[in-house]
Ligand binder design. Structure first.
Ligand code: SF4
Length: 80
């Protein structure tokens, strides 16, 4: 599986894993972390689709999602 048609690497396979396992797997998590932090790998840095995305709208959507998840899951459980 690839996250988009511009991406050259495979980040998992549904031939050997379930779709949720691939999408929630470490490779996709790593890519999402890179996209959110802006620490892009070369493939994403040179991606021709990047100018199509409104960064402000993306951030608003992302933070809205994170806030809804925070409310859905409740406060974090303290360790120790
Ligand atoms: S930046 Fe481009 S190559 Fe990277 S995941 Fe997004 S659309 Fe795909």
């Amino acid at each position: 599986m690839r996250p988009c048609c511009f991406f050259e690497e495979k980040l998992g396979s549904v031939a050997t894993h379930s779709l949720p396992d691939v999408v929630e797997g470490e490779e996709f998590r790593k890519l999402r972390r890179e996209l959110v932090t802006g620490e892009l790998r070369p493939n994403c840095r040179s991606c021709s689709a990047r100018p199509l995305i409104d960064r402000g709208a993306f951030e608003k959507k992302l933070f809205g999602y994170l806030e809804s998840e925070r409310q859905r899951l409740g406060p974090p459980i303290a360790k120790g």
